[in-house]
Design a protein around this ligand. Sequence first.
Ligand SMILES: [Zn+2]
Length: 185
Amino acid sequence: MTIKIVVKTCRFGLGVFASEHINRGAEILRFEGPFVSADHPLNQGCSESYLIQIGPREYFYPKAPGRYVNHSCNPNAGLSNRFFLIALRDIAPSEQIFFDYSTTIDNDPWSMPCGCGEPSCRGIVGEFRHLPEHVQKTYLEKRVVAPFIAEHATCGQGSLFSEPVLALASSLVDTAESILPVLQV
Ligand SMILES: [Zn+2]
């Protein structure tokens, strides 16, 4: 079953909204778009904020409607296994859909000021490694952290993360490895 969503204007420009009730855990959309390298021209200027990082120097440029999913520091959705936007809680019709961009950013100097307005707003969107530990754990427990970040955490960059975060990252890597061959493009 395809979840019905709609792109319309919001205070961030364009945003993605639910046009029907979405159950927690449901797949909202699959991100699709061309792959680009860190040096690609799309990785500069205003298009840069649309890119989704999927590896240390690998990105993709999502087509609409995925391109218009905005960031929130208290999101109702998350990116699972690189390409799938899933609902982290029940989402009501006409509610805007967000994910936390920091769950896909690592080893990248890009950042942006955040105006999401949530009480838990961090004020800036940047790398996963700079999130507070409890936020890292929450996203890892919900399995909505880019697999390459989990891999980094467990391969040589361990000192950046606490032991509980590393343990959660390891379990995410195990799952990612079993699924990734299917998604290789
Ligand atoms: Zn925020």
